[in-house]
Write a protein that binds this ligand. Structure first.
Ligand code: NAP
Length: 287
């Protein structure tokens, strides 16, 4: 049985690491705030003092960190992953970052003799708990195949999107730029309808019966009508993803008017105190 490392025990990482432990793998965890390791240790994981130690004790180490700055810090920083990787060890960053970060980390890992995948996930807290995430991977093909038992314990499907690190990340940014634009459109439409005297529940039922039906509108729409936004996907991360997607659009010369407007709305909501609510709390900006 391979031994796995897991760095970053936030909303997603804690659920994903727990699924690795429950599947019977030996898992070594690390988190910047060490107290968050306790529930994983209670399940049977070992706790490492640094990312370096976790990587040095594992065949493959996964990282689920907040943003590009965190991903770079944990990789390149003091006692970072690079110091624990030697010949043949694997590093799989499943955080949502930008493609430059994925490429830089990938190049540094290869220079140390290690192997790298960026493999961000589609799916939120519940799919993470249920082992039903979708992985969007690019980089070392052999590592993708070797990581399959772990990816299968944490997810329901894994896509391999090419040898160049960053392609998985680009796929993730495409998804989230669409998702952020759709969520903004839902906020706008529901708010318009409520001001026009329509019942919220009627609007959701009508939307669910037509061509624009989708699970996100049903789930997030119901949260909006209840005005309850416990964080599955924190708004600050969605704002970060819109920013990263727009950066990719700038790099590639792609016009993104919908994502640009949605990104501004998320930025305003983040600055207005909604950063730690679920991203559907954007609705409060429109009401
Ligand atoms: P989260 O609950 O905010 O957890 C963030 C994790 O990053 C924590 O473990 C945090 O450590 C760590 N961290 C932050 N800054 C750090 C730094 N400078 N150095 C080291 N560690 C640092 O976030 P999450 O919801 O689990 O999301 C994690 C990633 O997955 C993000 O990139 C997000 O965009 C992506 N994602 C999230 C979802 C979702 O639905 N939640 C879905 C798909 C993808 P502390 O505990 O010490 O703060």
């Amino acid at each position: 049985m391979p031994r796995y490392g897991f760095l970053g025990l936030g909303i997603m990482g804690s659920a994903m690491a727990a699924n690795l432990v429950r599947a019977g793998f030996g898992v070594t965890v690390w988190n910047r705030t060490p107290e968050k390791c306790a529930p994983l240790v209670a399940l049977g994981a070992k706790q490492a003092a640094t990312p370096r130690d976790a990587a040095a004790h594992s065949e493959i180490t996964f990282a689920m960190l907040a943003d590009p700055a965190a991903a770079r810090q944990v990789c390149f920083g003091p006692y970072g992953v690079l110091q624990g990787l030697d010949e043949g060890r694997g590093y799989v960053d499943v955080s949502t970052v930008d493609d430059a970060t994925a490429r830089d980390v990938g190049a540094a890992v290869r220079e140390c003799g290690g192997r790298f995948l960026d493999a961000p996930v589609s799916g939120t807290k519940k799919p993470a708990e249920d082992g039903a995430l979708v992985f969007l991977a690019s980089g070392d093909r052999r590592l993708f195949d070797e990581a399959a038992p772990a990816l299968d314990a944490m997810g329901k499907k894994s896509f391999y999107l090419g040898e160049t690190p960053g392609q998985g990340t680009r796929m993730k940014l495409v998804i989230n730029s669409i998702m952020g634009s759709m969520l903004t459109a839902l906020c706008e439409g529901l708010s318009l309808g409520l001001k026009g005297g329509l019942e919220g529940s009627d609007m959701l039922e009508v939307l669910a019966s037509g061509a624009v039906a989708n699970p996100m509108f049903s789930i997030k729409g119901a949260m909006m009508l209840r005005d309850e936004f416990p964080a599955s996907f924190p708004l600050r991360h969605m704002q970060k993803d819109m920013h990263l997607a727009l950066g990719l659009g700038n790099d590639l010369g792609q016009a993104m008017p919908c994502a640009a407007a949605a990104g501004e709305a998320f930025k305003k909501a983040r600055a207005g105190g909604l950063a730690d609510e679920d991203f559907s709390a954007l609705f409060r900006l429109f009401r």
